[in-house]
Ligand binder design. Structure first.
Ligand code: FE
Length: 208
């Protein structure tokens, strides 16, 4: 048995991730993306970590400015929020255009106030190169709670927020993106395939 057979990627899907809108501000531009990797590291001093894909525009903005905000998505959030922040790049769109429910935080970075239950502002003190991602370790500079809505977990997103796949007239062969539901028709799925809708890689696709 090869070593690879000892790894079941589905085990990763059992981790109890939360979901967050990660925002940054640089040179007058606001931007944000969706992450599932905000974690409290220590209480004294209050530190958090986030892990961000290097391909995200938000990643570069945080690298340059060392500042970010995390808004914790609640179970009241709709799929539109995920499409707005998760399925487009801030390089060619203004993700805040027409968005109700966002204010500028004390650090100059936007904070969401609707579809979320709280926010954390932080300043980066260390970065760790993790290959495809950078881990940012940061000191909390400001935080607050907006309401008592429950935080949305990754599982909750899959079960209640992501639309159910449309019923198919005929059975298709291929792979479906776990994140957004995009269907790749064909066999096999190229290992370097990137979802054209949400930008996630082949590892987030499963066989139909
Ligand atoms: Fe996708």
């Amino acid at each position: 048995m090869s070593e690879n057979k000892m790894i079941d990627p589905a085990a990763m899907h059992k981790l109890s991730y939360g979901l967050f809108v990660l925002t940054a501000h640089e040179n007058g531009k606001d931007n944000g993306c969706i992450i599932n990797t905000a974690i409290q590291l220590t209480s004294v001093p209050m530190q958090i970590s986030i892990c961000v894909n290097k391909g995200n525009y938000t990643h570069d903005m945080i690298m340059n400015t060392k500042k970010f905000n995390v808004s914790t998505i609640s179970e009241k959030a709709d799929f539109e929020l995920f499409k707005r922040f998760g399925f487009a790049s801030g390089r060619d769109t203004d993700k805040f255009q027409g968005l109700n429910g966002a204010i500028r935080g004390m650090n100059g970075v936007m904070i969401l106030t609707q579809q979320v239950n709280s926010f954390i502002s932080a300043e980066v003190t260390q970065t760790v190169d993790c290959g495809t991602h950078t881990m940012f370790i940061a000191t909390v500079t400001c935080s607050g709670v907006f309401n008592s809505d429950r935080s949305a977990t990754y599982q909750y997103y899959f079960d209640h927020i992501k639309p159910a796949p449309a019923p198919k007239a005929e059975e298709k062969k291929g792979y479906v993106c776990r994140i957004c539901g995009y269907v790749y028709e064909g066999e096999p799925l190229p290992p370097d395939f990137i979802c054209p809708l949400c930008g996630h890689g082949a590892e987030d696709f499963e066989k139909l």
